[in-house]
Design a binder for this molecule. Structure first.
Ligand code: PHE
Length: 452
């Protein structure tokens, strides 16, 4: 592999929007509100914040660093940075490969619902504040096997055709146009939701914690969400890091992305929960929450159809940035390790996701009774990736950096060879990844999975 001819991001802004594009996605607009709703609100949010700061951010920093140091895909990176080439570190990359496919299988389905809702919004089919009607529209969409599959394939066709163009001309070019729009629309939406009568019940649900609701399973879910949100623990940030520029300030970039991502989640929460309480929806409604409450928010405002349509278009857009980063993990591995051209690597990945996506897409129809660990394929893929593979990948990255890679090399990498004066910060991150993060992830994982 010739380093100078390797694709990569072309500017500091490009790095920021692409990385933010990976972090911000359905995780903020769909997963964050539904998990917060299902797990009791503010208490969950508190645990999520702790997990993000103490575990998520440090892991994001070191994962990105490994990528840039190695300038290679998630598997080959460990051939380059592991001093004695112990083979097992490479399993981090292979686990990431598997996690990317599992996540894509259900993520593309949710993105498919979003695409479908764009058209429903335009046609005025979801203009209702009645929760029965909203529920029935959603149920009808997901229970139809054919439309479920078709929407998923539309999503895969769109993202697949972008990823083929590579990192600078595909990922960067698309995310730099889309990310700014997303922020503007969320602000508009929030302003509307917060001025609904009864909005305060929603805000107190989101911001006043009830600590009794925090169980080990809830903590694991919050940790899994922190990993999912920041796209860490599965080689995605590592792969993106490998496209960072040499002078990129990694800790600063990661911190900015973390805060921006958090703001988007909070804005989405503030847009959704006031409406949930104002219109009498159930906060614990799960995956369908967003699809029922958002129409209600907009239906209640002038120009609702237009704003509702824009909202779903922008959510669809947000899903694109995240899916591109998920696709990039297997695409980079296939093209760099197996010598497939960019196009063939992309097509192979899309085909694999389409195959794995079938049982996920049919989870509310034909495969709803196909239960493993009491979960249908959709929920199982979500659980296995977020709550098992990502935390496990996170532990291994921490152990690798904390105990094998070591502080001197880490300080050299994160200071860009001494150009940045961030020694103290690096030492704190090192302590977090050497002790705090792996121990707490391990405890949460074992406890949350009821293994001890
Ligand atoms: N962070 C993305 C989101 O919130 C999902 C994602 C997970 C992307 C893992 C890449 C890797 O939607």
């Amino acid at each position: 592999m010739n380093q100078t001819s390797r694709d990569g991001f072309t500017s500091s802004f490009g790095v920021l929007v692409a990385t933010l594009g990976s972090a911000v996605g359905l995780g903020n607009i769909w997963k964050f509100p539904s998990l917060t709703g299902a797990n009791g609100g503010a208490g969950f949010l508190l645990v999520y914040l702790l997990a993000t700061l103490l575990v998520g951010l440090p892991v994001m920093i070191v994962e990105t660093m490994l990528g840039r140091a190695a300038r290679a895909n998630a598997v080959s990176a460990f051939d380059r940075v592991a001093p004695r080439r112990q083979w097992w570190w490479k399993s981090i990359g292979w686990m990431g490969f598997a996690a990317a496919l599992l996540i894509l299988a259900f993520y593309s389905e949710v993105a498919g619902w979003v695409y479908a809702y764009v058209f429903k919004a335009m046609a005025g089919q979801i203009a209702t504040t009645d929760r029965q009607v909203a529920g029935a529209v959603f149920a009808e969409l997901v229970a139809n096997p054919l439309s479920s599959l078709l929407w998923q394939w539309v999503v895969l066709a769109v993202t697949g055709s972008i990823i083929m163009f590579g990192v600078a001309r595909g990922i960067e070019a698309v995310t730099r146009r889309l990310m700014p729009l997303l922020f503007i629309l969320l602000l508009v939406l929030c302003a509307r939701s917060l001025t609904l009568p009864g909005a305060s019940a929603g805000l107190s649900f989101l911001f006043s914690p009830d600590l009794a609701k925090i169980t080990p399973a809830v903590v694991l879910t919050a940790l899994g969400l922190a990993f999912f949100k920041l796209s860490i623990g599965m080689g995605c940030m590592l792969t993106y890091g490998s496209y960072f520029r040499d002078n990129q300030n990694i800790p600063l970039t990661a911190t900015r992305v973390m805060f921006a991502d958090l703001s988007v989640s909070l804005l989405a929460g503030m847009a959704i929960f006031p409406a949930v309480f104002a219109f009498g929806f159930e906060p614990a409604a799960g995956p369908s929450l967003v699809f029922m409450t958002i129409p209600a928010v907009f239906t209640a405002m002038p120009g609702g159809t237009l704003f509702m349509t824009l909202f779903f278009i922008l959510t669809a857009i947000a899903s694109v940035g995240a899916m591109l980063s998920l696709l990039e993990v297997p695409v980079a591995i296939l093209s760099e390790r197996f010598g497939l051209g960019r196009k063939r690597a992309s097509l192979t990945t899309i085909a694999a996701v389409a195959a794995l996506g079938v049982p996920a897409a049919l989870s509310s129809s034909l495969t709803s009774d196909l239960k493993v660990l009491a979960m249908n394929p959709f929920d199982l893929f979500d659980f296995l990736s977020s709550n098992v593979l990502l935390p496990l990948g996170g532990i291994m990255v921490c152990l690798f950096v904390g105990w094998v890679y070591g502080l001197p090399e880490m300080a050299r990498q994160l200071s860009n060879d001494g150009a940045l004066r961030n020694q103290r910060l690096v030492s704190v991150v090192f302590l977090l990844v050497r002790f705090v993060a792996p121990l707490s992830i391990a405890a949460v994982l074992l406890h949350g999975l009821k293994l001890f």
